[in-house]
Design a protein around this ligand. Structure first.
Ligand code: SF4
Ligand code: SF4
Length: 158
């Protein structure tokens, strides 16, 4: 997985979960491309779904079938590089780690892609703070299903 010179990934470089797994429940997607010594995601996963291998500089691999969608790895990654996605019919959800002043549940927001470009509108469905995390929140956005691989941020528009 390689990111562009500007520091973001393009869809064709990311290892996305297969459709049948995305439709079951939330599943983690790592967009971590820097070969640096880092592995808190590996240690945090309670089911051993993330592996890096013997060289700590390697990028992580997620076993999508093993991942339970608990969200713990999202909040321990210092690079905010892990997301979760889920889809059912025409509806999709993306959960992202968030460290700014949070929006409100139920709020309508602009959905942004990896370059910060608006790609649609969505709703803040849920905001969670897990006990494994410090102040990082997990924000779940609801959107059209075909946006789940593109949306990696949002902007309050009220
Ligand atoms: S979401 Fe939970 S189960 Fe899935 S990879 Fe992350 S920590 Fe592991
Ligand atoms: S914790 Fe984040 S930055 Fe570090 S290896 Fe895992 S995904 Fe990459």
């Amino acid at each position: 997985m390689k990111c562009t010179k500007l520091g973001y990934f393009t869809d064709d470089t990311i290892d996305f979960p297969p459709l049948e797994r995305l439709e079951k429940r939330f599943v983690a997607v790592a967009e971590c491309g820097q070969e640096i010594p880092c592995n808190p995601c590996v240690d945090a996963c309670p089911v051993g779904a993330i592996t890096i291998g013997e060289n700590i500089n390697h990028i992580p691999h997620i076993d999508f079938q093993r991942c339970t969608g608990c969200g713990i790895c999202l909040g321990v990654c210092p690079g905010l590089s892990i997301f979760m996605a889920h889809r059912k019919g025409d509806t999709g959800w993306v959960t992202l780690p968030y460290e700014l002043f949070p929006p409100d549940e139920g709020e309508e927001v602009d959905l942004l892609d990896r370059q910060g470009k608006k790609v649609g509108r969505g709703v803040v469905e849920k905001i969670r703070r897990l006990k494994q995390h410090d102040r990082t929140l997990l924000i779940t956005l609801r959107m059209a299903a075909d946006l789940i691989h593109a949306v990696r941020g949002f902007r309050r528009s009220g």
